[in-house]
Each structure stands twice: as C-alpha cells, then as structure tokens.
Ligand binder design. Structure first.
Ligand code: ATP
Ligand code: MN
Length: 480
C-alpha cells in the first residue's frame, strides 16, 4: 500500500497486483478506454492508468484534472509509447473530486504569478514540484557535506537582541500591547516591561552566535530562517529567507575561499547527480523562457550546461581593487552603460557584479579585500595600508544571473582592533558577550553566509526568488 509512483515506474516485477495513489494530471478518453495520468510528487513523471470505459463509467464522470484517486490493479508493460509501465485499473476510489468548473489548475500553462496567489496549487504543478524537490535535495546535501567534513550543526537563535549586520533592517519582536505601550520617566517606551526586559528582533544572521560555537567546537554551521525588513522589491530578495553560515576556527581567508568553492561545487554536483529528471524538465523550461528574451540577452548555455560548467571549472579569485580596475577599463564603462558610478570605494552594484561574472570572466568569481568602510565591523582588517584605502578580508562569491550568492570574511580576532570598531559604532556594551571570544583564547577564524534561496534560484534556473520558497514573504505580502 505504500507504493510511490516513482517506485512503480521503476518496478522490475510486472503483472502483479498493486495500488497507486495520486492526483490526476490529465484524462484522455477513447471509445472503450480512458487513460488517466497520475502524479504523487515522488517524481516529475506520471503513471498512466488504463480504465475500461464501461466498467468505470460512473467513476470516470467524477475524474478530472486535480482529483485524487486510489487505483487498484495490475502493473503491466506499457503498450503505448512514452512510458515503460502502466496500471490496468480493477478498482478506482475517488478520494477527492476537483470540480472542473472551479478547479483553477487546468492542463495548460499557468503564469508563476497566478500560482503564487493560489498557494494550494503550488506543490501540484510540474514547475513548482520540480523546484521543491531540488530545494529539498540541496538542503539534504548541505547537511551531508558538513557532517562528512567534521562540522557540527549549531542552532543560532531566531530571536536576538543583536543586529549582526549593523544595518538596522530588523523586524522587532515584542509582547507589549501596542495600543497601550508602557512609558518610562522620560516618556520613552519602557522595554523593561517587555517579555525579555529589553528590545529584541528577529535575527538577520546567525554569524555572531556561530563564532561562539566555532571557538570551542572548531567547525560549526547554522542553517535556519533569517529575516530582513529591507524594502528591496527585487527578484533576489526576500524578507524571510534561509541562510547557511559555517564558521571555522583556524581558517584564514584562503581556507575560507577553498571551502566555499568546494562546498558550492559539491552542492551543484549533488543536484546534477540526484535530480536529473527534475533538472531536465527545468532545463526545457529555462530554454523556453530564454527564447522569449531578446537575442543578445539570452543565456549562452542551457541550465544543465551552466551547472556542469560550474562544477568543472575553478572560480576566478581577485581583489576588489582589481575588480574596480577591470570595470574602469571596460567598454561598458567607456560607453557609459553602467547606471551607477564606478570608482574605488563604492559598494558594487548588481550591474557591476554581473558584468564581471557574465561578461568579463564568464564564470563564478570570488572577490576579496573590500574597502573597510563598506563592510561589517567584524571583518579582519588588513595591515599597513595607505590611509583612506584600508581594506578588510571580506569575500563575496558572485554567480552568473544571481550576483552575490555568498558573503563572508576572515574575522577580526585581535581584541583591541575589534573593540576599536565596536567603539566607533557604539555597540561595545551590547556585544560584550561577543568580544569575550577575543579576550579569552582568541583564534584566527573565518566563515560565510550562503543564501539558500539564491542557491536554489541558480540551480533551478528560475527567474524570481519568490518561486523557490514555498511561502514567500516580501514587502506587503505575507498571505497564507
Ligand atoms: P545583497 O547585497 O545581495 O542584498 P547582502 O550583502 O545584504 O546581500 P549578506 O548580509 O552578506 O547579504 O548575507 C549573506 C547572503 O545571504 C547573501 O550573499 C545572499 O545570498 C543572502 N541574502 C542576503 N539578503 C537576502 C535577502 N533579502 N533575500 C534572500 N537572500 C538574501
Ligand atoms: Mn554581502
């Protein structure tokens, strides 16, 4: 009774009684017999049910796209082309009808926007079920990679009192009655009366807590939900996304780069090896989408070709300063094709990152040694640099079509240097628990953050990050 359609399609013993359960994708009737294709999510493929038109006249009237069926019968070698086995029905139980007048999913293509608004259908269609199977496989591969390489899964908190990025784009967490806020003597909100006795927020990163883990367990990683109240309505930003953040004692920036490259290539290879059917489907979809674009904007490789390319080729490594020089000397710059100004010190815009990756190097790129002024306080400061040109050992990984997929760095492990930065930002007191790691047995260490949805976006070839997470949260959108 526990047969999945995947296992039935792979069955080697035929002509045996079996049961299949799933949702109807399509029904086609000829004079004496109806063919019903069934899918249960275990594979992108469908099982064909052959039902005698007379025997199942009543049932067939109730069977339409979307209905849920339990079919008992015999699995036989298929007569028709396109499938190896089919199930000849002996008993059909309609578990759930889907009235065709009201069921919104019909055997035709639906826009992704439409499917985003109809949450109950997202898992049903080919595109989303393929995306979510790949998402699952990548999640599993992440845990496997770290487990096999001596990392511990370290759970950083979701509610925190610190702002790791210092960007202040946080969702506040409170149990106070917003209609009746307690005030202190000065008339400010009295957070002492709040649940935690202080202001708290949803985490924007588990890194700082990750560093505490690494300073005893050696190599740890977090993999959990992350929240940013940034109002960026782009195809690459979500308000709630999942982040993977490894943190390693005794790793310098070069070890960090070696790890991130090995990790990303492993994950993509894992998907190629384990999600072939889904990737083949997504590859076709990708080609169809690309063909709608202007010739010069079309991708040069198919999805699967692109994934293989990343697995087989080393990433390009260069410094921020080298990247700026490439941009300054580019034809794009000379022809004024960049919207944002290029000069040393800027935070690279998506158009700059994409130029480097897609036009110049045509492969993933790791950029290091960014200006200190545009990066987080915890990054290791390079020494003996020209005034005004100070850099930190940051490391961003840029991917074609995505831009930044990973942000990381070697961390500043020298107490005095780190404290000078937290003093500047007036966060020394708040972060005393973090600074303690540098006071007692400090060690060189590094880490990075991989946005899970950006990885899934890359591997599935989808165009919008909202379509690679089951329930996307974006500005003005938190339904379901
Ligand atoms: P970006 O510049 O693209 O907004 P960031 O510099 O804010 O990203 P980091 O703070 O370095 O990002 O976070 C690490 C990783 O988390 C990023 O490389 C990216 O993969 C992912 N990420 C960051 N913000 C988002 C978001 N709003 N939605 C989805 N993924 C995100
Ligand atoms: Mn970043």
């Amino acid at each position: 009774m526990k047969n999945s359609i995947l296992s039935l399609l792979q069955a080697t013993t035929l002509d045996v009684q079996t049961v299949a359960k799933g949702w109807v994708r399509h029904k086609r009737s000829s004079q004496n017999v109806s063919f019903v294709t069934l899918n249960d999510g275990s594979t992108i493929k469908t099982l064909q049910i052959v039902a005698d038109a007379d025997k199942f006249a009543e049932e067939l009237k109730r069977i339409h796209t979307g209905a849920c069926l339990e079919v008992h019968g015999k699995l036989i070698a298929s007569q028709g082309a396109g499938q190896s086995v089919e199930l000849v029905a002996e008993k059909i139980i309609v578990l759930g009808e889907a009235n065709p007048e009201h069921y919104p999913l019909q055997p035709k293509e639906h826009t992704l926007e439409f499917l985003r608004e109809n949450a109950h259908l997202r898992a049903r269609g080919n595109t989303f079920s393929a995306v979510f199977r790949v998402r699952h496989a990548l999640g599993y591969a992440i845990h496997k990679y770290f487990n096999d390489n001596g990392f511990y899964y370290w759970h950083s908190p979701i509610i925190t009192a610190s702002d790791a990025e210092g960007a202040g784009e946080m969702f506040q967490v409170t149990a106070l009655d917003l209609k009746n806020l307690p005030k202190d003597d000065k008339g400010n909100i009295d957070f002492k009366q709040d649940f935690f006795g202080r202001p708290t927020n949803l985490t924007v990163s588990g890194q700082l807590e990750g560093e505490l883990g690494a300073m005893g367990l050696g190599k740890v990683y977090t993999f959990g939900p992350t929240f940013r109240a940034e109002n960026s309505n782009t195809t690459r930003h979500l308000a709630e996304f999942w982040m993977i953040e490894p943190e390693m004692a005794f790793y310098d920036i070069h070890d960090n780069m070696d790890l991130v490259e090995d990790f990303l290539r492993y994950l993509i290879k894992y998907a190629l090896d384990n999600c072939a059917d889904d990737l083949e489907f997504l590859d076709q979809r990708f080609l169809k989408e690309e063909s709608k674009k202007k010739k010069e904007e079309q991708a040069e490789m198919s999805l699967v070709e692109k994934l293989r390319f990343v697995v087989e080729n080393q990433f390009e490594r260069l410094t921020y300063t080298e990247a700026i020089n490439i941009l300054l000397n580019s034809n794009y710059h000379k022809k004024k094709k960049f919207l944002f100004e290029v000069k040393w010190g800027i935070d690279l815009q998506s158009e700059h990152e994409r130029y480097l990756v897609e036009k110049h190097f045509k492969k993933p790129v790791i950029l290091t040694n960014y200006p200190k002024a545009i990066k987080a306080f915890y990054m290791k400061q390079n020494e003996n640099e020209e005034a005004g040109k100070e850099t930190v050992r940051a490391m961003d990984v840029l991917f074609p079509g995505i831009g930044e997929i990973v942000g990381g760095s070697q961390r500043e492990e020298v107490y005095e240097r780190l404290k000078a930065r937290t003093d500047e930002m007036h966060i020394t007191e708040e972060l005393s628990w973090y600074l303690d790691t540098r006071r007692f047995g400090t060690a060189p260490h590094s880490g990075f953050g991989l946005g899970f949805e950006r990885l899934v976006l890359f591997v599935t070839g989808m165009g919008n990050i909202r379509d690679v997470i089951p329930f996307p949260r974006t500005p003005l959108n938190a339904s379901f």
